[in-house]
Design a protein around this ligand. Sequence first.
Ligand code: ATP
Ligand code: MG
Length: 249
Amino acid sequence: MKIAVSGKGGAGKTTISGTIARALARAGHDVIAIDADVNPMLGISLGLGMDGTERLVGMRQEVSENGNSDDVVHEHTIEGLLARFGTDAPDGIRVLVASRVDMPDHGCLCCSVTADRLLREMKGDDRTVLGDLEAGIGVLARMEPGSLDVVLVVANPTPKSIEVARRAVIAARARDIEVLVVANRVADAADLERITAVLGDEEIVVVPDDPSIAHADAEGLAPIDLDETSPGVRAIVEISRRFAVAQPV
Ligand SMILES: Nc1ncnc2c1ncn2[C@@H]1O[C@H](COP(=O)(O)OP(=O)(O)OP(=O)(O)O)[C@@H](O)[C@H]1O
Ligand SMILES: [Mg+2]
């Protein structure tokens, strides 16, 4: 199962990606989380903390600093990439930062590892992949058909966020990717109405505005670690159940 999370900057992509990844891992999935943002923060929402997240990003930066040296061994396989540049996150998740390093193409995966390329290479891989995409619709527009099973399009109840979500839905549909709209930070019926007025043809799930989620972010914690019973976290865990497969007992 390949799931990507898309939407405008600040809509809640990283919060939702990290929490769904943790919930699926707890449900027994073998989860690979891909942080495809140019400013990678998924480690925090996964529960790696500030230090763990910085280490993860630092490993990736090493490639950009030394990638042109003759001594560097480039990675050509997903397993090599995960082993060398990935980090273990709670609940058995493996997390990888996937943003393009600005240098000549070495024909390897490590220097040009974008989310769309990684997902293309992982077609047929039966692990659960959760991709936190960069803001906007650029990556979705480059996504090869068949690379993704579903895209969660996150929309806040603001006109700009809803407009980016509307474009993301169009880009996903053009590539035959299933869409689920996540109305995030909904405080009341009027908020939801703003979103349904534009995206009402799509299936919409609601995540309420939740002070505990904002608090987790301020503390550098995963929302699911701070309070897994808060309304926002519960709503996101509920979304994850759609993708959960029955595990053998
Ligand atoms: N349901 C919610 N309730 C309250 N706060 C929320 C909720 N969802 C997200 N937030 C807060 O909104 C802010 C942005 O969330 P997040 O970082 O997940 O968005 P993003 O789409 O990944 O942003 P960026 O485009 O910068 O990567 C964070 O401070 C987060 O804690
Ligand atoms: Mg983010």
